[in-house]
Design a protein around this ligand. Structure first.
Ligand code: ATP
Ligand code: MG
Length: 326
């Protein structure tokens, strides 16, 4: 097979950010861990980060990795971190509060900011956006050579890319009309100096935000540096989910690294004397395997269904060997 994970990284030596997407529970976290471990073993200072609010990585490694990168014992380059979303959400709320208060004052609107803040922050998308924001921060900090994110920010990446163009235009227009307003005020004012020096935090915020979106768009769509991988089982629903994701990503020009099949039953363990349900599942998997290889461009490998759940470094190591066979 000339299409393995290892082949992929050989083809893209500057690869720096990879993401794992797929239906819930298919093994995104464990596969991401396996890929990160391999990369760390290649000598790259690697961060495996989870944007998931449940403590999946602490659970996987049975180690508290919450809120900060932790070097995995017994490794040199393998750092793991669970992103602290609560802190980000609080921070975002504070920022939004400041911005709204400032704006209300600026526009002379006699309302309490709290009313707006509630409606701006009390929705499920807000938490998701906060997680995405956190991921972006980690990327911009640039403390690692390689980043593995255990959940692809599917909806957010889409939104960001769809938004970046429109948003850029909008901010430019805002800036222009504010410049016009300012020069008008300036020409009408006797206190020229004061008007000129007036700080404009809202505009600063908008332009910084626009620039961040643009930088992130550049990173997300650069196929030399970013790739999204999709994990599936040999079952109907997980396949349907990644088909939809891949369709979206193609539309937005987000580079797709390929598909990874997880929990494939090892046929050498199955014989005529195996339980009927096992033999049936093998047949079912064979049918879906055909669908996967026909339907998707780069199937990068198959990971067997192990005899027990994946927990601890040793199991992650086994998974890593299955994902990167020598
Ligand atoms: N190849 C495998 N063999 C045995 N167990 C596996 C395998 N892959 C995953 N598992 C187990 O399946 C469960 C789900 O895996 P994991 O948590 O990685 O999925 P996920 O896609 O990250 O889930 P979520 O959508 O909830 O984040 C875990 O208990 C994991 O140990
Ligand atoms: Mg997970």
């Amino acid at each position: 097979m000339k299409n393995t994970m290892a082949d992929f990284f050989k083809e893209y030596p500057d690869m720096r950010y990879i993401y794992f997407g797929g239906k819930g529970g298919v093994g995104k976290t464990v596969v991401a861990a396996a890929a990160a471990l391999w990369m760390a073993k290649q000598g790259k200072r690697t961060l495996l980060a989870s944007t998931n609010p449940v403590h999946s990585l602490s659970n996987l490694f049975q180690l508290d990795v919450f809120g900060k990168p932790v070097l995995m014992p017994g490794t040199e380059n393998f750092y793991v971190q669970e992103i602290d979303t609560k802190e980000t959400i609080e921070k975002s709320k504070t920022e939004i509060r400041e911005k709204i208060s400032w704006f209300l004052k600026f526009a002379d609107i006699p309302t309490k900011a709290e009313d707006f803040i509630e409606s701006a922050t009390m929705n499920p998308a807000f938490e998701e956006s906060a997680m995405f924001e956190n991921m972006v921060n980690i990327i911009f900090e640039g403390a690692f050579e390689f980043y593995v994110f255990d959940t692809a920010p599917t909806a957010n990446a889409r939104r960001l890319l769809g938004m970046s163009k429109v948003y850029g235009l909008w901010v430019d227009k805002m800036m222009k009309s504010r410049e016009d307003a300012k020069s008008m005020r300036l020409s009408l004012s006797f206190r020229k100096k004061k008007v000129e020096e007036e700080a404009d935090p809202l505009l600063d915020y908008l332009t910084t935000f626009r620039d961040r979106i643009e930088q992130m768009r550049v990173i997300l769509t650069d196929k030399e540096r970013s790739a999204f991988f999709f994990v599936t089982l040999l079952e109907s629903l997980p396949i349907a989910v990644i088909r939809r994701f891949i369709g979206w990503f193609e539309d937005f020009g987000i580079p797709i690294g390929g598909v990874i099949v997880n929990q494939a039953i090892d046929k050498s363990d199955v014989g005529a004397d195996s339980a009927e349900f096992v033999r049936n599942r093998v047949k079912m998997q064979d049918r879906y395997r055909e669908e996967v290889y026909k339907g998707f461009e780069n199937v990068r490998g198959e990971i067997p269904l192990f005899e027990k759940e994946v927990r601890g470094m040793e199991m992650v190591g086994k998974l890593s060997e299955a994902l990167f066979p020598v």
